[in-house]
Design a protein around this ligand. Sequence first.
Ligand code: SF4
Length: 398
Amino acid sequence: MRFGGSEDPHYVFYPHNFIWHIPVNTDRPGLYIHVPFCLSKCGYCSFYSVSSTHLIPEFVQAVVNEMVFYKETFPSFDTIYLGGGTPSLLSVSQIDDILKAVHNNFNIDQHSEITMEVNPGDVSLEYYQQLRKLGINRLNIGIQSFDDAILKFLGRRHTAREATAAIDHARKAGFKNIGIDLIYGVFGQDIKRWAKTLQKALSFAPEHLSCYQLSLDKQTSLFKRYQQDSLPMPSEDQALDFFKTTSRTLTQADYIHYEVSNSARSDSLKSRHNMKYWRHVPYLGMGPAAHSFDGENRWWNTADVEAYLKTIDEGKKPVEKSENLTKEQLALEALFLGMRTKDGIDLEQYKTRYGSDLLMEKRQTINELIKNELVGLKDGRLYPTLAGMAVADSLALI
Ligand code: SF4
């Protein structure tokens, strides 16, 4: 999951609005830049992207111009994430232009995590080497599967062989922090077949693994195919089996399963950028469809690259809509996000920040969840068990 992208939690139910100022979160914000170009659309994808790449040069200039709007309100960052779309469609000099502008407009911590998403098949060894020279110190490679039939079914452009080459090249170029994205629960993929992909991924000892269950928005072409061909999605039991097998396999391989879909080889290798999202830390998103959050307000850019370019050209922010979140909305969102993580939430901090004493207000429900082994309570933290993580979205409704 990319935060600042087009999948922020707007599906959280919000009660009525009133103004309330939360104590300032002192963690530094993260910066997300959405690169909205993909050569073709993967069947399951609902991120905003366009397939024609002729607007890339104008896009790069527009993002650089967009930074000027935020240099006062978001003066410094310690994580930068180039996501998309397919950022690896940009040339090295275009990425250089963006990063130079980031450094010119904002104060970037010298120990920042700087991540770029890359797609196997697009990228040469030399390209990876150049990325490192630009200061990119973390890669997130969209592998999705090491099974050619599954890749084809998902509508990916690359093969398993290209996926392997992408990781090999990244290592050869000297990247020491590599994340791999995988998808499970695809039609025709049983646990055994998924386990093979997982084992293949582990053979590269990636620092980070994101394993997502396939979920399909109605507008995706794969959703339509599932409908037309009456293809079944995994049942609840099968989905749980995939989830538990993944967690067990990765834990046995010494990974920390620290968020519903994310595991890392150590605490320091967790995605620092995405941790901000789960911890409700402010972030700035730039580029078409990017979302931003300043601790009290959320806004998002127009999901139309041409409108985005035009608006910036006119000297205006390309914001499509914004909303002021009430104390209740923020509290619910923090609970929803925090209960996706193994660490859960610090109840004292939660009370200070959102004015809600969960133990007092929800004692009975929490006791019930503890009895059902869905949550635990330790050292002042409320956290999900593995079974709780599997149903994390509904835990926020406590
Ligand atoms: S490459 Fe990534 S962003 Fe582009 S269509 Fe495929 S999944 Fe979506």
